[in-house]
Design a binder for this molecule. Sequence first.
Ligand code: PLP
Ligand code: COI
Length: 355
Amino acid sequence: MEIKITKTTTPKEKPVDESKLGFGQVMSDHMFLMNYTEGRGWHDARVTPYAPLPMDPSCMVLHYAQEVFEGMKAYRWADGSVHLFRPEENAKRLQDSSDRLCIPQIPVDDFVQAVKTLVAVDKDWVPHQEGTSLYVRPFCFATDNHLGVHASKTYLFCIIGSPSGSYYPNGIDPVNIYVESRDVRAVRGGTGFTKCGGNYAASLRAGEAAATAGYAQVLWLDGVERKYIEEVGAMNVMFKVDGKVITPALNGSILPGITRKSCLELVRSWGVPVEERKITAEELFVAADEGKLEEAWGTGTAAVISPIGEMGWEGKKAAINGGEIGQLSQKLYNTLTGIQWGKVEDVHHWVTNID
Ligand code: PLP
Ligand code: COI
């Protein structure tokens, strides 16, 4: 794919204090754009100065949410080189999301090339301080201007970059979570397995209610029986119960996380038994009562591993590992972040240099 590069003539000031970056607040100098037109396919791949996208009020995405996105990071290593973590997996997941939302797919190689090109142009925006990275947000949306309900004939694929610190202000500190019994995030047959904006809109009310009740995250139950654990906030979830790692099986309503996949590959390679299956909230509280719920953690690109220190459900509370991060959670965090920042040998060939 040929990518035309137009550099900005008015570069912005880069954040000076990288310890105050936060998540997704500052955008880098450039963006990647590519258009789709029915009959012509994807065309006009380009990197341009970061700027607002002009939009007609009748633009379809504003009304019917035909949109998909991805989230990944570019990591600066000690030698100054910049690397991505399993970008082909993001490309494939964007294809699966696109297929569900009737959006034309972008070839995996083109996606990876686009991300690498933008990150290379904005390489100076990849922060230096330990634990920071350039969060990369590819997204693709319907651009036809009309109000009829059918798939758009034109789309825009865009990638932006945001130098970021940790997603959660408290970093790796264990969080308390609340089992949500009213709202559900997604249902089988719907869009739960995709990364489409609508899923996140549907999750906000429960997130806000949990926050009001003093909880950091929501533990989602399945939409049919409201019994089985699905995800935690915008992360996949895993538990260590009686020496075994258990995690909800991918059932159509759960997002197939790349961190989830990587954790399971690591845990299996360490000889720890893993079960991907249905898990009830009841089962977890019984295990906690019996002292068998050893660890619990969320997995996702933004936070990598987010330990769970306490769970609340129907008036009951269960403390996990005395509210401390567990050994296995810590080992997963150290290994994954070690590979991402080039400090641990990448035996699985997960990282790719952008140059
Ligand atoms: N589940 C949801 C709903 C998410 O938004 C994310 C974040 O991307 C994840 C799980 C974790 O996926 P990944 O590990 O690919 O970042
Ligand atoms: C994650 O990377 O874990 C996320 O959930 C990203 C979020 C900002 C959508």
